[in-house]
Design a protein around this ligand. Structure first.
Ligand code: ADP
Length: 734
């Protein structure tokens, strides 16, 4: 035995039936034979132990034999070829020991799973055709979903002769409700009754998706074991999901017996890939329906599923288009300049968007209630304690108080909520009132099981007496079209908020730029206007100094100082002017020679006259630069001027100018052996009016600010390396 083989457990009762692996039950219903063979050798590997009763051949004799022993060479070849070509394997009529059977084949990877059903009534194409036509016509012309359900029940009743037909619809929690019924007159009606989800557990729902028609021919039958239990091919139990003869779970048998059912037939209604409901037929005694009749039933269920899907889609589209219209109007409103809370509650209100009793808007701590809602304090607490903890963008429930007990006090107005999160702590909420509902259960759903003395185990409930329950704290359910339209609104509001923020920033930026421009103009104008009177003052002072110097006596000293101050002021104004000109000027880039530019500057400075002690070394093949020559002239001039100025106190001032390659950039430098700059100030010196050198060196504190501005305008960088007393190197690239 393979170690990891999952086996059907020995003991199954109602307490563990949710885990019951019904697809590997390992048994066949006794009216037919389940047989497995290896698809490679076509050799019989497993079969149900009733072959003697059904085929008049002992099962021990069949195992290990070629399949042809049973079905003949011709059928075997047909099956093998079909399998090899990957074709759909059709049902085949087979004669074994003079009796007719229908063989239904399914492929299971390396195995073939074969069902042999007795074929008593021959296939009658005329009846079959008539049934299909009636199904098509009647289902198509049924108007509403309710009408469709009634029609499906009526057709099933007519065609297949069972004692009771029910159309059963699942809710979101998989409880089922009987929505249409056909029955014998004297039988009690089960219409409108509900059955708890545990009556049809998850794994049977799963199987219904795979194999949509299920027949239980005799509830009181003894299912026959399939042996050996594990497949010699795979080492695993045989997967019977596809088999129409699969044995029935003992729990389900007991459930049907408790209901007094002798046979059943069920088809799955699958809408958009999801189990929507079932059509279930009950018979008081054993009843078998052959394959062709079951195919009619399958067709009926398929048509019914299609018609339901069509109606649901149409109703969805209809509802969506109504709410879409309202949303569009809301979007026009919220694009308005007014505050968001106001735009969502003016002519068209956010509460018009989905069917609701009222709603709440919560933006930036401000709460606005609309229509029937819990109190402000209650809504605030709902947001604070509950909604803000839920990380979903869209959240909804139709039983709020179940998860948030505080809501019990206001369940009349808000048993249902639908909420969208606009941003971290901003919400739009819709409330739905409580809808009191009396639900009729087919038996008390709380009493799912009872202890069965005779079988010594827990059994499914015996009582299916009508059991009424008043449902409280529940609202109408939120539907898909509700969710879709609020999701779309969420996008819209988020977009509008972003757009409004973007506009705000844009406006602020424009105002800042304007203020900056005005300030520049102002400082330029001011400096410009100051210049004429200063020049006047300095002219008069010079006349005083030259022509009346002697008469002034000691006062001459004051005239000299004042003249010095006016010169300083003139220099300052010059620098401020060039700084503001730079700031407002457009940049015009060209290629130019840096060597020529430096030579020009040195000439302007008249270095030999002004700094006779200084020795200047200029690297003679500096790479050309690409930039605004006028601006870069100012940059170089300021750096060279500083180097000469701050080294002039040295015995042998040395200034070196050149370029180096650093990473992929050409970095120019100006080096001196002057007073140097303390580490803490090496960034600060680039700000306007920062001066460290004191009165000993003339200056305005603007030069390096100009240098920095020029590098920035050229998307470059400037920095200094220096030790106090040991000179400085200014590096920059553009
Ligand atoms: P200033 O007109 O004062 O030279 P700058 O903006 O050109 O104004 O320079 C700012 C300050 O940076 C100067 O006051 C000086 O303290 C320092 N500085 C600039 N260049 C040098 C240098 N090459 N060596 C030492 N200190 C310097």
């Amino acid at each position: 035995m393979s170690l990891d083989a999952q086996l059907y457990p020995d003991k199954i009762d109602i307490s563990n039936c949710e885990l019951e692996p019904i697809h590997i039950i390992g048994k066949s219903q006794s009216h037919g034979v389940i047989l497995a063979c290896s698809s490679q050798k076509m050799e019989i590997t497993q079969c149900s132990e009733n072959t003697l009763e059904v085929f008049s051949l002992p099962h021990e004799d069949l195992k290990g034999e070629p399949l042809s022993v049973l079905i003949g060479e011709e059928q075997e070849t047909k099956l093998k070829n079909g399998f090899l070509k990957g074709e759909a394997l059709l049902p085949e009529e087979i004669k074994i020991k003079g009796k007719s059977f229908l063989m239904l084949s399914h492929i299971l990877e390396a195995q073939l799973l074969l069902d042999f059903e007795p074929l008593e009534n021959q296939y009658d194409p005329v009846t079959f055709q008539r049934q299909l036509t009636r199904i098509l016509n009647n289902l198509r012309s049924a108007g509403t979903v309710e009408g469709l359900c009634r029609e499906a029940a009526a057709l099933t009743w007519d065609f297949f002769d069972y004692h009771r037909i029910m159309v059963y619809r699942f809710d979101k929690e998989w409880n089922g409700e009987v929505v249409a019924e056909e029955k014998e007159e004297e039988a009690e009606s089960w219409l409108g009754l509900r059955y708890p989800a545990s009556d049809i557990p998850a794994q049977s729902r799963e199987l219904f998706l795979k194999n949509r028609v299920r027949i239980i021919a005799d509830v009181n039958d003894n299912p026959v074991p399939i042996t050996p239990q594990l497949s010699p091919v795979t080492g695993q139990p045989l997967d019977l999901s596809e088999s129409g003869l699969r044995g029935v779970s003992p729990i389900h048998i007991e459930y049907l017996q408790n209901m007094g059912v002798g046979a059943s037939l069920t088809a799955a209604i699958v809408v958009n890939g999801k189990l929507w409901g079932l059509i279930t037929c009950h018979h008081n005694s054993a009843k078998f329906l052959n394959y062709y009749q079951r195919e009619s039933f399958r067709f009926l269920a398929q048509m019914f599923s299609n018609e339901i899907a069509l109606r649901e889609t149409n109703s969805f589209l209809e509802k969506t288009s109504i709410s879409e219209e309202i949303r569009e109007k809301l979007v026009v409103q919220i694009n308005n300049k007014k505050p968001l809370l106001e735009t969502l509650t003016s002519k068209v209100k956010f509460t018009d968007l989905v069917a609701c009793g009222g709603g709440a808007l919560f933006f930036n701590g401000e709460l606005l209630l609309q229509g029937n809602t819990p109190s402000e304090a209650e809504v605030n607490s709902l947001i604070d304690v509950y909604l803000s903890k839920i990380k979903k963008g869209v959240f909804y429930t139709s039983k709020l108080s179940e998860d948030f007990p505080e809501a019990e006090t206001y369940k009349k107005t808000a048993s249902g909520i639908l909420s969208i999160r606009i941003s971290e702590n901003n919400f739009i909420i819709w409330f739905r009132p409580e809808v009191l509902q009396t639900v009729e259960w087919g038996g008390n759903p709380e009493k799912k099981m009872s202890y069965n003395e005779e079988k010594q185990r827990l059994s499914p409930r015996k009582s299916f007496e009508k059991w009424s329950q008043l449902l409280t704290g529940t609202s109408r359910e939120w539907e898909n079209h509700d969710l879709n339209v609020v999701k779309a609104l969420q996008e819209n509001v988020r977009f509008v908020i972003l757009e409004k923020q973007r506009n705000k920033i844009k406006n602020l930026n424009a105002r800042l730029m304007k203020a900056n421009e005005e300030l520049e103009l102002f400082s330029y104008g001011l400096s410009h206007d100051l210049r004429a009177p200063i020049r006047g003052i300095s002219g008069y002072l010079k006349i005083l100094q030259e022509d009346f110097g002697k008469k002034l006596g000691e006062g001459k000293q004051f005239v000299d100082t004042t003249l010095g101050l006016t010169e300083k002021m003139d220099l300052l104004i010059d620098d401020i002017l060039s700084y503001s000109r730079l700031n407002s000027g457009e940049i015009q880039k060209n290629n130019f020679s840096v060597n020529l530019l430096v030579a020009e500057i040195l000439e302007v400075f008249n270095v030999k006259m002004n700094y006779p002690k200084a020795s200047i070394r200029v690297q003679d093949d500096m790479p050309e630069a690409f930039g605004d020559r006028r601006m870069l002239f100012q940059l170089w001039a300021n750096l060279i001027n500083n180097a000469l100025k701050y080294s002039s106190a040295n015995e042998e001032p040395q200034v070196e100018i050149g370029a180096v390659r650093k990473e992929d950039k050409i970095v120019y430098f100006v080096k001196d052996n002057g007073i140097g700059i303390a580490p803490g100030f090496q960034e600060k010196i680039f700000e306007t009016f920062t001066r460290l050198a004191g009165e000993k060196f003339k200056g305005s504190g603007i030069g390096l600010a100009i240098v920095k501005l020029v590098t920035e305008k050229h998307e470059g960088e400037i920095w200094v390396e220096s030790e106090p007393g040991n000179g400085a190197i200014f590096y920059f690239y553009i």
